[in-house]
Design a protein around this ligand. Sequence first.
Ligand SMILES: *[C@@H]1O[C@H](CO)[C@@H](O)[C@H](O)[C@H]1NC(C)=O
Ligand SMILES: *[C@@H]1O[C@H](CO)[C@@H](O)[C@H](O)[C@H]1NC(C)=O
Ligand SMILES: *[C@@H]1O[C@H](CO)[C@@H](O)[C@H](O)[C@H]1NC(C)=O
Ligand SMILES: *[C@@H]1O[C@H](CO)[C@@H](O)[C@H](O)[C@H]1NC(C)=O
Ligand SMILES: *[C@@H]1O[C@H](CO)[C@@H](O)[C@H](O)[C@H]1NC(C)=O
Length: 561
Amino acid sequence: MDGRTPRLSLIFVLLAVVGFILLISNITSLEDFNDQLTSTFYKIQSSIHLAFEPPDNVLLAEVNYTYCAQFVQKPTAEEAIEERHLLNSTAWPDPPVKDLPVEFSSNPAKSYYVIQGEPEQHIGGQLVVNVHVHNFLGLPKRHGGDFLTARLHSPKLGAGVVGKVHDHNDGNYTVLFPLLWAGEVQVEITMVHPSEAVVVLKRLRKEQTHTVSFKSQFRSGGLSESTECDMCLPHNQKPLCNYTDLETGEPWYCYKPKKLGCDTRINHYKEGYRKTLLNKNEAEFFKRGVNIKVPIPAAKMDRVTVLPAENDQTKVESTNNAAGYYFQDTWRSLSGSAIQHFTSSSAITSCLKGKLVYMHGDSTIRQWFEYLAKFVPNLKPFNLYSPIMVGPFMLVDDTNNILVKFRCHGTPLRSTPVYTSELRYVANEIDRIEGGPNTVYIISVWAHFSTYPIEAYIRRLRQIRKAVVRLLNREPDTLVVIRTPNMQKLNPADSLFYSNWFCLQIDTVLRGMFKGLNVKFLDAWEMVLAHYLPHDLHPPQPIIKNMIDVILSYICPAGKT
Ligand SMILES: *[C@@H]1O[C@H](CO)[C@@H](O)[C@H](O)[C@H]1NC(C)=O
Ligand SMILES: *[C@@H]1O[C@H](CO)[C@@H](O)[C@H](O)[C@H]1NC(C)=O
Ligand SMILES: *[C@@H]1O[C@H](CO)[C@@H](O)[C@H](O)[C@H]1NC(C)=O
Ligand SMILES: *[C@@H]1O[C@H](CO)[C@@H](O)[C@H](O)[C@H]1NC(C)=O
Ligand SMILES: *[C@@H]1O[C@H](CO)[C@@H](O)[C@H](O)[C@H]1NC(C)=O
C-alpha cells in the first residue's frame, strides 16, 4: 500500500504532463486559446455574480448543515426497502478518478456519433446510433456517466421523437430511436453535462448547501420580524419553531423570532439564491457553449431517409418505449388511447361539463390553469383576492357546472409571499376531497425539490401516493393525473440550482413511486424534449396546448361521451 500511492500519483503527474504537451502540440495558436479560456471564465464568473448576488442580509458563513434526518420520523422497514430501490434506480456512475484537470473531461465538440445501418430505413424499424465521447485532448473516454439526450426530428414535417440513451460505461453510448414516420429524419445528440459536472451536482445536492433561502414573516400587534426557514436548520445555534405537519410528518422549521412567538408566523417566501461556491476546477465543467447542453457532431451522415413500412410491419419494435411523438406539431400517444384535439373553447367546455378539476402543485401546472382561463371564455375567474402567482385561483362555469381550481403545493416553495393559511400539502388536500367520476386531480410536484437530497423528494411523494391510494380506494373512478418534470434552459448559474440532471433524477423517482397505480402521467419530459422549441421551465404555448389535449383526452377518452 505504502509504495503504491506515490507511484500512482507519479503516474498521474506524468499523464497530466503528457496530456498537456499533447494539447499544446495540437493547438496552433495557444495564445488565442488561452484568451478565449480566460475571457469565458471571467464571463461566467461575472454572470454568476450578477444573477445571484445574494441579498445583503443573508448569512454567507459556512454553516454546519447536514441532511435533516434528525428532524423527521424514521421510515418503516418497508419504506426503507422501497427507498433503497428508488435510490438504486437513480444510481449514476462516478468517474473512476475525481478532480482531474478539465482537459481529461468529456468534450462534446471532440465527441461524435455514428448512425448504424443503411441510409434508407423503414417505418416500424429502429434507428441505432453509437456515440463516442472524447475528452478535450481528443482522446476517447474510458468511462460513462455523461448526461446525454437524443432527439430524432423532421423540421419540415413538424415531427420529433425522443431517443433512449444506453450508457455502456466505457465512453461509448448507444441511442435507439423508433422510426415512426416517412421522410428525411435528422439525429440530434446533446451533451447536457459531462460526467465530471454530474459529480459536482451530486456534491451540491448531498451537502444541501441551502442555495435557496426561505423566510417567514411573523407579526403580532405592532411588532414584525422575519427569520430564516427550511426543511431543516442547524439547531444547535438558535431556538427553532417547529412547523412539521402533523398529518404527513413533512418537516418545516423557522428560527424563532427574538420577540414574537412561533404562533405569529403569517407567511412564507423565497428570499433569494445564495452564492454557490465552485472551485476553479469545478467551474470549468459548467461553461456555456463548451460543456453545458452542447450538441455532439455527426462523424459522417446526420440523417437517414425513412421509407414506408416493409411487409405491413407497422408495429414499432418494443425495445423503444417512447410515450409519444410529434407529427405536424401535434402530439401523438404511443401508449394507450389516441389524443384528440380540442381546437375550440366549446369542445373544451363540453369535455369538462360537470367536472371538478383540481390543479395542485407548482407553476408548471398553473400554466394549464392560465391556458384554460385564456381560451375558454365560459370559464369565468372567480375573484378570491389572491396574490398573483401563488393563488389560490378558481374558474367557474355555472351553466355547465364546471369548477377548475389551482393552488400551490406546500413548502419548499420558491415563491412570492404566500399566507401560511394557504400553504397546503398535496396529500392533505387530497384527503379532504370526496373524489368520484366527476373529479379530476392533477398533481405537479417537482421543480422546487431540485436542490434537496432526493430522499426528501421520496418522502414527499410517498405521502402523496398514500393519499392517492386512499382516494382511489374510496372513489376508484377518480381521475388522477401526474405531471412529470421537463428539461429547461440552462446557463452556468442555473445549472447549479435547476440542472436538468436533478430533474431527470426526480423524474425517475416520480415514475417509480406511482408505478402500478391507476393514475395517468402527463409526460412533460418527452413532450418538451421531442419538440423543436427551446427548453424552458415553463414550456411555450404550442407545447402547453398539446399538454391540454392530452389531459382532456384522459378526461374524455375517444369513443365515450
Ligand atoms: C457539525 O455538527 C456536528 C454535529 O452537531 C459536529 O459533531 C461537528 O463537529 C460540526 N462540524 C463543524 C465543522 O462545525
Ligand atoms: C439495483 O439496480 C441494478 C440494475 O438496475 C440491479 O441489478 C440491482 O439488483 C439493484 N439492486 C437493488 C438492491 O435493488
Ligand atoms: C488534434 O486535432 C485534430 C483536428 O482537430 C484532431 O483530429 C486530432 O484528433 C487531435 N489530436 C489530439 C491528440 O488531440
Ligand atoms: C468504443 O467505440 C470505438 C469506436 O467504435 C471502439 O474503437 C472502442 O473499442 C469502443 N470502446 C469500448 C471500450 O468498447
Ligand atoms: C417537530 O415536531 C414533530 C411533530 O410533532 C416531531 O415529530 C419532531 O420531532 C419535532 N422536531 C424537533 C426537532 O423537535
